[in-house]
Design a binder for this molecule. Structure first.
Ligand code: C2E
Ligand code: MG
Ligand code: MG
Length: 595
């Protein structure tokens, strides 16, 4: 076949060696208008030729031995050939209707006059070209303008075909849902333009990952057709022809690694991480739309565990998600219907067993489930932002209680309040604290906020400003559950805390567990060096108390000396410890705190 052809390139499929007159005439017509013909004598032969080179159209002879019509229908089902125009060459009219039904584009019946046939072929060629151009512009319209990748609708088509094909050949198909972690923050800090260019580079790397994929090469040849941008920073891809259900994990790892290498943008290096959710058909879902949904669910799980990881879908994820959604709904209702209450657990001086302060602990009296402990709802409240109104409710109740006790001649009582990181960083936090304290006339010196190690570690401007604002008001700060997070001594040195609370998990093993004993001793010594007062949490036995006293640990909290109780139940104890002339107690308390 010469390269400078001016006419159409035509594949002629004709099995009979003594070709039908209609076919001979058509081949002559193609050559007469400057075209070239390639002959295929069998369907298998034709398939090979189509894979080897590009044809403008195909001429199909009316040959019963070839089963040409059923093959024509197959052509229409195959994604690489479904747009190829087919001119059906019939010797008589008997098979015309069947040919058109099988997907032939047009037909020629009998040899007829050579001139007429030439015109017919020329016309068919021209209209098929127009058709192809139209198809090409349609194809471009289905591309994402930023990355050139197929859009969702095209991807859906491809996926559907892949799933059907896999079902027929009993193979597996995987959908990988890729999402850049915290892309919003990148967009915000670098600007949208840079964000867009980053997405282009990300798309390029994803394509690179696919080109290197064996599964892709085995499945279907056109890698870019299997990758698509869903919009924003989300990409989705389909892997066909999988041998086993775990192969997609290899591709996901490759993707995560490729995206973790730095990106060059305006001479700066940008680092991102990505998460991948994987669903496999038919294991997870049969329908392509369900498959995408499963991959999305898996992605959400990967993200909820910190991102930078891939996760396979599992059916449990759905029930988890449903249960979580149910919990969110019930929490909203609980807040509206006032189903929360606060218990107060006393914190004692280790040497004298006198009550030094109380910690407010949240409880939820759910109408369906009864008493729910904070561990079972605080994490979800934090994720959904419900912790903001919930935390505000807690502080409101605490301040009201402080006032009620004082009016009843008890206190002032020093109250510790747990503050979640989310609320601590909320821009409205300080204003709400001021407002609530003012409404009940609370002396800030009697409030102690318990913070998690995450806040201590953050060291951002917002954290610093909030910390300073609280300190300047005289509100105390405790580091709660110390030892369970990742705070290092460095961080602690920079953070203006007054109190360090040793987590229950360390106290539990005292005094039997030697490691726990050494750890608790080290934490107490270190805290004292940093001039922090120490509270040991979860003290349940006399032995623990004795051990802690010997270490000069100042304060203890735990079931041994006092459980979380309602304010009413706690009143007699508080009155005994803090009642009488309030001022004297305060002075005494302050002196103890200083000494
Ligand atoms: P936390 O601040 O470390 O509170 C101490 C937890 O230890 C409480 O659990 C308390 O009941 C428990 N505890 C105290 N002494 C003992 C003991 O001797 N043995 C045992 N086994 N446990 C003891 P609770 O009330 O279930 O609270 C769990 C966590 O939920 C709290 O840990 C705190 O992080 C969070 N939380 C509680 N109330 C609030 C709140 O109002 N706001 C926020 N953001 N978090 C809260
Ligand atoms: Mg606490
Ligand atoms: Mg704690």
């Amino acid at each position: 076949m010469s390269n400078d052809v001016s006419g159409p390139r035509v594949l002629v499929v004709e099995g009979d060696s003594s070709a039908a007159p209609a076919v001979i005439a058509a081949v002559e017509a193609v050559q007469a208008i400057g075209g070239t013909t390639t002959l295929a004598a069998s369907v298998a032969d034709a398939r090979e030729r189509i894979e080897e080179s590009d044809f403008d159209f195909l001429m199909l002879g009316d040959d019963p031995a070839l089963e040409a019509l059923s093959w024509c229908a197959e052509l229409r089902d195959d994604e690489t050939t479904h747009m190829l125009p087919v001119l059906y060459l019939a010797d008589d009219e008997s098979t015309l209707a069947a040919a058109l039904a099988a997907g032939a584009t047009d037909f020629v019946c009998g040899p007829g006059s050579p001139t007429l046939l030439e015109q017919r072929v020329r016309y068919f060629w021209r209209s098929s070209r127009q058709y192809r151009d139209l198809e090409e512009s349609h194809r471009l319209a289905q591309r994402d303008s930023l990355t050139g990748l197929p859009t969702r609708s095209l991807f859906d088509d491809r996926l559907q075909q892949a799933v059907l094909h896999a079902r027929r050949s009993e193979q597996r198909v995987a959908v990988l849902h890729v999402d850049v972690d915290r892309f919003g923050a990148i967009n915000e800090s670098l600007g949208r333009d840079v964000g867009d260019r980053l997405l282009q580079q990300i798309a390029g790397r994803l394509e690179g990952c696919l080109r290197g994929s064996d599964t892709i090469a085995r499945g279907r040849p056109v890698a870019d057709e299997t990758l698509s941008r869903l919009g924003g920073d989300a990409f989705i891809l389909v892997l066909a022809g999988l041998g086993n259900k775990f192969e997609p994990g290899t591709v996901a790892t490759r993707i995560i690694e490729a995206l973790s290498l730095p990106f060059e943008l305006d001479d700066t290096e940008v680092f991102v991480s990505a998460s991948v959710g994987i669903a496999v058909s038919p294991d997870d879902a049969a329908a392509s739309s369900d498959l995408v949904r499963c991959a999305q669910t898996a992605l959400a799980h990967a993200k909820s565990q910190g991102g930078n990881a891939y996760m396979f879908y599992s059916a449990r994820m759905n029930s988890d998600a449903a249960a979580r959604l149910d919990l969110v709904g019930r929490l909203h209702r609980a807040l509206a219907e006032d189903e929360f209450e606060l218990l107060y657990q006393p914190i004692f001086e280790a040497d004298s067993d006198a009550i030094r302060s109380v910690e407010a602990l949240l409880r939820w009296q759910d109408s369906e489930e009864g008493l729910v402990l904070p561990a079972n709802f605080i994490p979800v409240a934090e994720e959904t932002g419900l912790i903001l109104p919930l935390g505000a409710w807690v502080l409101e109740r605490v301040c009201r209680q402080w006032r009620n006790w004082l009016d009843a001649g008890i206190g002032p009582v020093r109250i510790s309040v747990n503050v979640s990181a989310r609320r601590f960083l909320d821009p409205g936090f300080i204003a709400h604290v001021d407002d609530t304290m003012a409404r009940y006339g609370v002396d800030p010196a009697f409030l102690q906020f318990e913070l998690t190690e995450g806040i201590v570690m953050a060291r951002g401007d917002a954290t610093r400003a909030t910390t300073r604002a609280l300190k300047s008001r005289g509100i105390g700060l405790s580091v709660d559950d110390f030892g369970t997070g990742y705070s290092s001594l460095n961080y602690l040195q920079d953070f203006p805390a007054d109190v360090l609370k040793i987590d229950r998990s360390f106290v539990r093993g005292v005094p039997e567990n030697q490691d726990n004993c050494s750890l608790v001793a080290a934490i107490v010594a270190m805290a004292h060096k940093l001039r922090l007062s120490v509270v040991a949490e979860g003290v349940e036995t006399e032995e623990q108390l004795r051990f802690l006293r010997a270490l000069d640990c100042e304060q203890v909290q735990g079931f041994l000396l006092g459980r979380p109780s309602t304010p009413e139940a706690l009143e007699p104890q508080l009155r005994e410890a803090l009642g009488g002339p309030a001022a004297r107690n305060v002075v005494a308390f302050r002196q103890r705190a200083i000494s």
